[in-house]
Design a protein around this ligand. Structure first.
Ligand code: ADP
Ligand code: MG
Length: 831
């Protein structure tokens, strides 16, 4: 305590030039002691001087050196949270924002009303908040509301090395906002923090910062880590390899925590289970049962709690609560893109690997096995920071959350599978797929570094040194890998018309920007460009299309532009509650349990078969019949959401119906949020979303199909016919404007048997074939009205059939065709 006070006094004396602000912080002696060990503390003077003298600075420091937890405190102590302004810190991962805000609040001995967090669906920010941790998407939304970010005196962009899309854009925007604030006499500071030394994209980018910001390096006291490569590289079963390696370490090597890197939640759980079996706690040690149970899933916990209360009260969306609405992050996929959460999250017991029998405890001490991934409940996550029970060894099985965002104490051994799960997009077609790929050398080295924080450590790489040599040096910036239409729309809404000129740290390809702009024009979100000149000029022209009022409304909905268009149209014919439910279900993705995975044992296989049959039955039920069937997979989603809410959205209902409980909970939150967003855009509509929807009428289903077509128009597919069918690969296949290959309706789809002539789809996923997902049927008559750009209006003499796809995929139709003359039997939706 005394020591602390002296050092505080020294601080004030040593900086006479500094404004006489020093906000004391009352830290506990234990915190004070732990802090002093952090390398970043040695650099406090240097960092704060650099902050005072420069508008922007970059801090590089090894993971665990104390950047995230300490730098906000430096700023706080130097008075940056005084005078009514806040210190903001952005994180690319939700788990980091939440966990770090709790940690800093605890270190500073301040309540969470003062050190708070804000993530997509939740937060504890109050009017007293002085330090605010948030996901990067949240800050982006705030810039939309107030470009100058006047609430803040300093912004810290954390984990900049991850190169998440929103982080990149934020840095681009802040490079403009900071000078603007200075010019207006309300100075603001920007701190970019990175775990690697590779920051040239930020510092040496002339378009970003005219004078390169100073880079402050924090030297971490890193102990040597011995790297052990595998002789061979298992191509398939790296989880099994990780299991054997971990068992070996535990049996043969001296005490010290083990950290295993895998790629996804399902792998993490499966390895946890196997390790617990192999090294169980002794009887009488209650920790095992407790832990195993606690983390089965948050779902079960909540369910049990509800059951204890006996009455399961039906939850309601709080509709009066929208001024305090959490600010939104935009695209749902973003965090998933980084890592690990798109993994079907089932708690089915996978059974044991027969090989596990060899791995006997043979007198070893118990292994205290903990999982760690981004969707794990916060109280479970917090466990990794606490010392393991006496007489046990800590073993954390993690996704790459543990690579740089969270530092686990006491790790001496790292087991690295060398892989990472990423979403990949085809730039042209937008086809996406999840792939487990090799990680980069930089990230493999980060992982290894986790072993040498407190003493010399060891890293076991489950791949050979030759394979490591082939890794890319660094991970690519995410922005170069994904479609950017949502970003382009957000930027246009910020009145950045020439998106090509935006100072991206790494710019996306012009090709991707043009594609985005074209889509947005076709959705009516941007003004049609003057169509003159050669193609190149046109493309250039397209990059400066200003936003339309519809575009502004769409930008205010926290979903992808195609879905935002649906929301904008949704108020017609009282369809909005349904549109909101469908959009929420499409945005959350993967609402069904993944039952198509291979079974690991016969027992499991029969269990899986039963569940599959049940899910098929439910799908059929929800799809309905007649008119509703034509809404297709979206009707199934609607039915699932409706039925689930009707049953009170319990884990048991989800479990029994093949739904992912977590997904259903997210859908509920998103429905509330979208309702508020729609109400904010057009208050006169005044939607009220009853969580318990009644099914739509036939009339409404038809409207819904049109609204869906209006949003997904560019995802139109037509059944292959005529000449195409000569080639058997086109049997039951569909043609799309963008692709040469046939695409198919999945056997799980509501429309698998119907095979309508025209359909729109949510996305194409490549698995064994190119499958359309989220398919909905389109009436041929609607195509010329909704998608005139795809239609060629010719004379009836031109072809024998009134409709056909040309080789380029455009759809020709005759103005005089019977379809047209019949007129609208069905209610029309105004565009
Ligand atoms: P960096 O941002 O440089 O990677 P951090 O500020 O995240 O470093 O971590 C600094 C230290 O704080 C680490 O030793 C870490 O283990 C510790 N720490 C972080 N969160 C917690 C927590 N919730 N409980 C205990 N220790 C924590
Ligand atoms: Mg950090």
């Amino acid at each position: 305590e005394k020591e602390k006070k002296i050092s505080d006094q020294e601080k004030v004396q040593k900086k006479p030039s500094e404004p006489a602000i020093f906000i004391p912080v009352d830290r506990s002696p234990e915190v004070q002691e732990a802090r002093l060990k952090l390398p970043v503390l040695a650099e406090e003077q240097v960092i704060m001087e650099a902050v005072r003298e420069n508008p922007s600075i970059v801090i590089c420091g090894e993971t665990g050196s104390g950047k995230t937890t300490q730098v906000p405190q430096f700023l706080y102590e130097a008075g940056y949270a005084s005078g009514g302004r806040m210190i903001g810190i952005t994180e690319p991962r939700r788990v980091a924002a939440v966990s770090m805000s709790h940690r800093v609040a605890k270190e500073m001995n301040l309540p969470t009303q003062v050190v708070s967090y804000q993530i997509r669906y939740e937060g504890n920010v109050t009017s007293d908040t002085k330090i605010k941790f948030m996901t990067d998407g949240v800050l982006l939304k705030e810039i939309q509301k107030d470009f100058l970010l006047q609430k803040y005196s300093a912004i810290i962009i954390d984990e900049a090395h991850e190169r998440s899309v929103y982080t990149d854009i934020l840095i681009g925007l802040l490079s403009r906002i900071v000078p603007l604030r200075n010019k207006k006499g309300m100075p603001m500071k920007l701190l970019i923090m990175s775990a690697t030394l590779r920051v040239e994209d930020f510092t040496e980018n002339q378009r970003l910062f005219r004078t390169p910001p100073p880079v402050i390096k924090v030297d971490a006291r890193q102990f040597p880590v011995t790297i052990h490569f595998n002789k061979r590289t298992p191509l398939e079963d790296y989880t099994g390899e990780a299991f054997h390696k971990t068992c070996k370490i535990h049996r043969m090597l001296p005490p010290g925590g083990i950290l295993v890197f895998l790629t996804g939640q399902a792998e993490v759980h499966s390895l946890c289970r196997r390790l617990r079996k192999a090294f169980p706690f002794r009887k009488g040690n209650t920790a095992t049962a407790e832990d195993e149970e606690a983390e089965t899933s948050e779902a079960m916990r909540k369910f049990k709690k509800a059951k204890q209360k006996k009455t399961v009260s039906l939850p309601r969306i709080d509709l009066d609560n929208y001024s305090a609405l959490p600010v939104d992050e935009g695209d749902e996929d973003r965090e998933a893109g980084i890592g690990d959460e798109e993994d079907g999250d089932s708690d089915l017991d996978l059974g044991d690997d027969p090989a596990d029998a060899e791995e006997k405890a043979d007198g070893s001490i118990p292994l205290y096995v903990l999982p760690l991934y981004s969707l794990l409940a916060p109280e479970q996550q917090a466990k990794v920071f606490r010392p393991p029970p006496p007489g046990t060894r800590l073993c954390v099985i993690a996704t790459n959350v543990a690579e740089t965002s969270l530092t686990i104490p006491g790790i001496k051994y790292v087991v690295d599978c060398g892989r990472v799960k990423k979403r990949f997009y085809d730039k042209v077609t937008g086809v996406s797929s999840f792939k487990v790929t090799w990680t980069s050398q930089a990230s493999a080295n980060q992982r290894a570094g986790r072993a040498g924080r407190t003493e010399p450590g060891h890293c076991y790489r489950l791949y050979s040194s030759a394979v490591f040599g082939d890794f890319t040096l660094f991970s690519e910036a995410e922005i170069t890998r994904r479609p950017v239409e949502d970003l382009v729309l957000q930027m246009k809404d910020l009145n950045i018309e020439k998106v090509v000129n935006f100072p991206f740290p790494t710019p996306p390809s012009t090709e991707a920007l043009v594609a985005a702009e074209q889509l947005l024009v076709s959705l009516g979100a941007l003004e049609e460009p003057p169509c003159t000149g050669r193609l190149k000029d046109m493309q250039r022209a397209k990059l400066i299309c200003p936003i339309t009022p519809l575009g502004r409304a769409m930008a205010s909905f926290p979903v992808a532009p195609r879905y935002a268009k649906m929301l904008a149209l949704g108020k017609q014919q009282d369809c909005l509650p349904y549109v909101i439910a469908v959009v929420a279900a499409m945005t959350v993705r993967e609402i069904f349990e993944d039952l198509d995975r291979p079974a690991r044992s016969e027992d499991e296989s029969s269990k899986l078969n039963q569940r599959r049959a049940r899910l098929t039955q439910m799908r059929r039920l929800w799809a309905g019949q007649g008119a509703s069937l034509l809404l297709g997979d979206l009707m199934i989603m609607l039915g699932a959401v409706g039925a689930c809410e009707f049953a009170g959205c319990t884990p048991r209902f989800c479990e029994n119906s093949g739904l992912r409980y977590k997904a259903m909970v997210e859908i509920r939150k998103l429905r509330g949020q979208l309702t508020n967003a729609v109400n904010a855009v057009c208050p006169e509509v005044g939607v009220f979303v009853d969580p318990k929807m009644t099914p739509p009428t036939e009339h409404q289903v038809v409207c819904l199909r049109q609204i869906v077509l209006a949003g997904l128009g560019d995802h139109l597919a037509r059944r292959a016919q005529g000449e195409d069918l000569v080639d058997p690969k086109w049997k039951n296949a569909y043609k799309t404007p963008l692709m040469d290959e046939p695409v198919f309706i999945h056997p799980n789809s509501a429309l698998f048997k119907t095979l309508p002539e025209f359909v729109v789809y949510q996305e194409i996923m490549e698995t064994s074939k190119m499958y359309m997902r989220g398919v909905s049927a389109v009436e041929a008559e609607w195509v010329p009205q909704f998608l005139p750009q795809y239609c060629h209006f010719g004379s009836p003499l031109e072809s024998p059939s009134p409709w056909f796809c040309s080789s380029t995929g455009t759809i020709r139709c005759h103005r005089s065709s019977t379809f047209f003359r019949v007129g609208w039997q069905l209610p029309a939706v105004e565009m």
